[in-house]
Ligand binder design. Sequence first.
Ligand SMILES: [Zn+2]
Ligand SMILES: [Zn+2]
Length: 390
Amino acid sequence: MNQLLDRAQQLFPYTQRIRRDLHRFPELGFQEHRTSGVIARELENLGLEVTTGIAETGVVAQIESRHPEPVLMMRFDMDALPVVEETNAEYASQNPGVMHACGHDGHVAIGLTVAHLLKEMRNELNGTVRLIFQPAEEGLDGARRMIAEGALGETTPKFALGAHVWNEKPVGWLGVTPGPMMAAAEIFEVEITGRGGHGALPNLAIDPVNAAAQIVVALNAIVARNVSPLQSAVVSVTSIRGGETFNVIPPKMRLQGTIRTFEPEVRSIVLERFEQIVNGVAASAGCEANIDLKSLTPAVVNDAGVAQQVMNSARMILPDSTILSDFRTMGSEDMAFFLNEVPGCYIFVGSANPAKKLDAPHHHPKFDFDEAALTLAAALLTGAAVDLLS
Ligand SMILES: [Zn+2]
Ligand SMILES: [Zn+2]
């Protein structure tokens, strides 16, 4: 299998060229027209049949072997973020205000490299690999739309794989975690209505500012008092707005924030307590609360069996890597929707290199990573696919 790593390394100039080209021309979710064109062109150059225009800019192609089944799907996201790049890299964004600050340019490059490797290894393949290039991962519902528009194909895949370059960890590190590994994300907006009045006559008003402040503090009790100390959750109020000036009590206040959980039981306790606390505290202040709670993504849950097989493949293909099997993050990812449909494994691939100053966090204007991670990811995904299908 180490031939696979060698071959992936030979393809590095290609991988790097694709990644840097996409990095120069980043596109926001559902607007990835140029990106989509690059993907389709490269896949067609390999002689693959390509379907474009799924969920606007999504692209799907299949590597087929003598055995049509089972099918294994791999998903690569392709959107950039509204961030002004500050890396000074020679391949920095030429699209002002838009930047590949999460590494999805790298994910596309990994996907196209995997296509090359699998095409060459077709004779060793006992099934079909379906490559899914997905738009709009960054909170825009791209995965759900891809699935709704038929990205999974006629034969539902038996396995799903995907990977994210991960700058919290150095290149050479892998996170392959069975079970929940990225959080379910909800976003909330709360409107607190009181009665406005003069700042000097609070007794004649019903003060929503005071109510909002008490709600923010009271919400901390959920994680502290309702979630088991051995489990995790986050309740973050990230915006509190209302009022214009010092002597007017405003009639309304607005809170916004996010809730993150892993286990469905914890999620329902947190959501239930959230509503009780917001409504209860608002009522105790004489105000009314209106809660708008939206689920963004479910938790990313890896299938234990598939994760174990990926771990075995990783030890063979990347024997020098450090593999962690219990790494989890409160970040969220819409790969969760694919993994709800198909048992699979989402892999974190360490990509930081502090010595080269390539270690800024994801979504930061100086985000950049060690491109060696792309080769490791491509070799691992290819090898794991061949192993899972055999
Ligand atoms: Zn991101
Ligand atoms: Zn991302």
